[in-house]
Design a binder for this molecule. Structure first.
Ligand code: GLN
Length: 201
């Protein structure tokens, strides 16, 4: 913690890590750019941002990042993957198949909306976030095709889950860092600190 504010890392090899830093500040957390495994120490949470999952994988496979990220998740600190980051967290990736961390029990289809709906916005009412609808920004987004029994669906759009959690591992196929609405980051890293009300803290 920094001055009582939670320090949240953002994996910063590639992608929209700067936008996540702004979103974390809006949510009252202290962002920290993560480029080396040692940077994971002293963090209260971590974001795997959107971008290009194949490019990120190249960085992650060059050093023992898979072990380090699995240890991070096991330490019960919130881990949040958005878009490409969600792909990295999944148990299974299709279209095409790709290596992943297997930290969230879901099957995810890369570029699931195809060329016609390459990028779009929508709104959804999300019980966990209160009454005001949330704007959802999708950019070459994946589709969560199925989730395991341990996975809670926090938001759906067009009949598919778009925000899910398994314990303190969270994934969104949209980009919550692209709007001024800080509620998603607050929910994951804020006062609730990713706690599941049904579990003991
Ligand atoms: N299409 C990208 C991928 O497959 C994800 C897009 C994004 O993160 N905005 O990795």
């Amino acid at each position: 913690m920094t001055n009582g504010r939670r320090r949240v890392g953002i994996l910063s090899f590639q992608g929209d890590f700067a936008a996540h830093a702004r979103a974390l500040r809006r949510a009252g957390a202290e962002p920290s750019f993560v480029r080396r495994i040692d940077d994971l120490a002293h963090l209260d949470g971590l974001i795997l941002p959107g971008g290009e999952s194949t490019t990120m994988l190249r960085f992650l496979q060059a050093e023992p990042w898979f072990d380090a990220l699995r240890e991070f998740a096991a330490s019960e600190r919130p881990l949040f993957g958005t878009c490409a980051g969600a792909i990295l967290l999944a148990q299974s990736v299709i279209h095409p198949a790709q290596t992943s961390l297997g930290l969230l029990d879901m099957t995810i289809r890369r570029n699931g909306y195809g060329r016609q709906l390459d990028s779009f916005t929508d709104t959804a009412c999300i019980t966990a976030l209160g009454e005001a609808p949330l704007e959802l920004v999708f950019i070459r987004a994946p589709i969560i095709e199925s989730v395991g029994t341990e996975v809670e669906v926090l938001a759906e759009c067009g009949g598919y889950p778009v925000w899910v959690r398994q314990g303190r591992v969270f994934a969104a196929t949209f980009h919550p860092e692209m709007t001024d609405d800080a509620r998603v980051h607050q929910f994951v890293f804020g006062s609730g600190f990713g706690r599941d009300v049904n579990r003991s803290a």
